[in-house]
Write a protein that binds this ligand. Structure first.
Ligand SMILES: Nc1ncnc2c1ncn2[C@@H]1O[C@H](COP(=O)(O)OP(=O)(O)O)[C@@H](O)[C@H]1O
Ligand SMILES: [Mg+2]
Length: 450
């Protein structure tokens, strides 16, 4: 079935907005996650560098004598110390030969280096593999991020000022670490987010398009029903209007009084039909707005007895026997709107009479279960094919419309009856066999019993 372009457009628009909103949220989350990882990494690194530099600082400072000079005491304490111009041992070898393992051991991990620089930023001694930096170093800066000349690697470094025993500024101890490992991890995370977020947005767009379709379905359905209803109502109104129009034309041309009367009769009948149709339409609209009912105790035995009596004439005219069978010993009372309940049962009985051939029987039965009142309208009529049974409650729906035409029905009777049952928290069900007859059962909850 071709869908209305408005709904297709709305579905795409909804999906688009939804995807945009989720996309923004996902991107924000991704950005937040990246920042959180970056900050945690930097925080851990700072902690580590600060504690290493602090240990070195606190160990060395008490033995420093001359600014810019490291004495033999320091050399003993720090295995692997390498002075400019010297061939340096590897860190592992120097630690093995040294006594100050407790301090040097901390640099066993890959990527760390230590530098002692004087106040003019001249290197006095180093420990570990020394990177070559592309930028200039500022010794007095506490934290510094530096770029190496090789492999675009970055370094993070702390500079702590040292003072001699006599409290003269000595220079700085700098501890740094390569960020290569951490940067590789961050690169992977960036890659994952850059590919993952668009892929997730793509999936979300698909899912939101599908969800928007689901949300549009009931709206689409009710739009179709409204369209169908409007076209059916217009169609129903057109027939009596056409008849009225031609009767009017004929009256204008008529010369004889009986002919005029005959046309006026036709016009009266059609106006009656039109006003009934309009009344029915208004009633259906009111019922569908779920009005707050004026609820009063209604005795269903009275409703059925009155209606059987009232419709006796119609059944006699149709040569159909109309009988009443009250199977409840006590009066069956429910809370309801009596005018509407009369209308509901009357629609069912008139249908049963209309659709039962001459000589048939219509039986109105009142029964009950412990919590429901049951009204059965049973006939020996033409029956309803099973394929049509769930459609007969639709507005304007008729099984073979020509059949109903002869009865003058507009196809609203059962829709009204069902709507009334529903406003009383009940429902109508049908059982029918073609050519054998039908039973319409109204089940109404016994809200109030006596
Ligand atoms: N008791 C019945 N026996 C057979 N067919 C019925 C009976 N009641 C209703 N129907 C079918 O259901 C259709 C819808 O009924 P209704 O809504 O009352 O409209 P209408 O009577 O105006 O045609 C009828 O056109 C008729 O074909
Ligand atoms: Mg009817």
């Amino acid at each position: 079935m071709k869908r209305n372009p408005i709904f297709v457009r709305t579905q795409w628009r909804l999906a688009g907005w939804y995807a945009l909103a989720i996309g923004l949220l996902l991107s924000l989350c991704g950005f937040g996650l990246y920042q959180a990882v970056l900050h945690t990494q930097r925080y851990i690194l700072r902690q580590k560098l600060e504690s290493l530099a602090g240990t070195l600082h606190d160990t060395i400072e008490p033995v420093l004598e001359q600014p810019g000079k490291l004495n033999s005491q320091v050399t003993m304490m720090l295995p692997g110390l390498c002075f400019p111009g010297e061939v340096c041992q590897t860190l592992a070898n120097s630690i093995e030969n040294a006594s100050g393992r407790h301090i040097a051991g901390v640099f066993q991990q890959q990527g760390y280096y230590v530098r002692f620089v004087d106040r003019a930023n001249q290197v006095i001694a180093t420990i570990g593999q020394q990177p070559i930096f592309s930028g200039s170093l500022v010794a007095s800066e506490y934290w510094q991020q530096l770029s190496g000349v090789k492999d675009d690697s970055n370094f993070y470094q702390i500079s702590m000022p040292l003072r001699t025993r006599s409290n003269i500024p000595w220079g700085y101890v700098q501890v740094g670490r390569s960020l290569q490992e951490w940067d590789a991890y961050l690169y992977l995370l960036r890659l994952l987010l850059l590919l993952g977020v668009p892929f997730a947005i793509f999936l979300v767009t698909g899912a939101s398009w599908w969800l928007a379709g689901l949300a549009m379905r009931p709206i689409d359905l009710s739009y179709r029903q409204m369209q169908q209803f409007t076209s059916d109502a217009a169609h129903e109104l057109r027939t009596p209007l056409t008849v009225l129009y031609s009767a009017l034309e004929e009256t204008k041309l008529a010369e004889e009084l009986p002919e005029i009367h005959q046309n006026l009769d036709i016009m009266e009948r059609q106006i009656g039909r039109l006003s009934q149709l309009v009344k029915d339409l208004l009633l259906i609209c009111r019922l569908e707005q779920r009005p707050s009912l004026q609820l009063n105790p209604c005795n269903l035995s009275d409703v059925l007895t009155d209606l059987v009596e009232e419709l006796e004439g119609m059944s006699v005219n149709a040569s159909v026997t109309l009988k009443l069978d009250l199977r409840t010993p006590a009066p069956t009372v429910i809370l309801g709107d009596s005018a509407q309940l009369y209308r509901m049962v009357s629609n069912l009985i008139t249908n049963a009479i209309h659709y039962t051939p001459v000589g048939g029987t219509v039986l109105a039965i009142l029964d009950r279960t412990p919590d429901e009142a049951l009204i059965h309208i049973q006939d020996t009529g033409i029956g309803i094919p099973s394929s049509e049974q769930n459609r007969i409650f639709d507005r304007f729906y008729r099984v073979q419309s020509d059949r109903a035409r002869t009865t003058g029905g507009s196809g609203l009777g059962l829709a009204i009856a069902q709507a009334i049952a529903q406003t009383h928290q009940g429902r109508i069900i049908v059982q029918s066999e073609l050519t054998k007859g039908s039973v319409f059962t109204v089940r109404l909850p016994l809200i109030y019993t006596q």
